[in-house]
Design a binder for this molecule. Structure first.
Ligand SMILES: Nc1ncnc2c1ncn2[C@@H]1O[C@H](COP(=O)(O)OP(=O)(O)OP(=O)(O)O)[C@@H](O)[C@H]1O
Ligand SMILES: [Mg+2]
Length: 253
């Protein structure tokens, strides 16, 4: 239980923000963490202040010109990163149905070197996103507590059950829902979460990420929120998520 994919087909729900800040919080707690930026937009790469133009990157790894272990770069926040590149679009084009397990195989030799491998999945239903799902032991579904979240979450869960579990027999995979952009002072966010809890029960994580402008500031500053504003509620929420993951990994072992 160590490869965690942050994934939902819907765009803009906090996948990248959650992957980067959880990775940094885990490093802060002494964990060895690899972040895999699967999105050709390279937002996670930029967030941790690495240049997506630079080689080596995930494109070289998919192409087979560099083994994954030699393509890893280290970010200032201490997270190790397989960075993305615009050419990941070409990889997306080249992957065919049946290639869903490619990333999983590429990451296998790295597993002994890390406590956690966190994957920032791209939005949309395409082969790289499917590769990010197939590589995961645990899929965390970041859902916005601002908008109708249930449909997007149900869509992802259906895909995982039908394709990942039935077709690829990845029945060890577990799913958890992480609410982001949560506004405690409105009735809207608590109602969305209560509705999801009715459907998915304990699969909805207790920790909720508050809605806060500091997250876009943190992205602009290229610093995880824990470095920029360690006492902020948002930073504390990702610390709680990191603690949950560490406990979860221990009990799964
Ligand atoms: N908890 C939050 N509160 C307020 N804004 C947030 C929060 N989390 C993320 N954001 C902002 O929302 C936008 C989308 O977040 P992010 O890029 O993490 O989503 P994503 O799911 O990775 O998007 P995409 O599907 O495009 O990859 C960003 O501008 C980010 O700064
Ligand atoms: Mg993203």
């Amino acid at each position: 239980m160590k490869v965690v994919s942050f994934s939902i087909f819907k765009g803009g729900t906090g996948k990248t923000t959650s992957t980067v800040n959880t990775a940094a919080a885990l490093v802060h707690k002494g964990q060895r963490v690899l972040l895999v930026d699967l999105d050709q937009q390279a937002s996670a790469t930029r967030y941790v202040d690495l240049d997506p133009e630079q080689s080596p990157n995930l494109y070289d790894v998919f192409l087979g010109t560099k083994p994954a272990a030699l393509a890893i770069r280290k970010a200032n926040c201490g997270v190790h990163v397989l960075t993305s590149h615009v050419l990941m679009a070409a990889i997306e084009e080249a992957l065919e149905p049946g290639d869903e397990l490619k990333l999983s195989h590429l990451l296998t030799p790295l597993k002994p070197s890390y406590d956690f491998i966190l994957i920032d999945n791209p939005p949309g239903k395409a082969m790289l996103a499917f590769n990010g799902l197939a590589a995961a032991d645990l899929i965390i579904i970041p859902a916005s507590a601002e908008r109708m979240a249930v449909d997007g979450v149900a869509d992802l869960i259906n895909h995982v059950q039908k394709i990942m579990w039935n077709k690829f027999a990845l029945t060890h995979q577990e799913l958890r829902i992480l609410f982001t952009m949560y506004r405690a002072t409105t009735s809207h966010s608590p109602a969305i979460v209560a509705n999801a809890q009715k459907i998915w029960r304990d699969n909805v994580l207790n920790v909720k990420i508050p809605h806060a402008i500091i997250f876009s500031k943190s992205y602009d500053a290229k610093q995880p929120i824990g470095a920029l504003a360690p006492k902020h509620q948002g930073a504390i929420a990702y610390e709680v998520l990191a603690d949950w993951l560490i406990d979860y990994e221990k009990t799964a072992r």
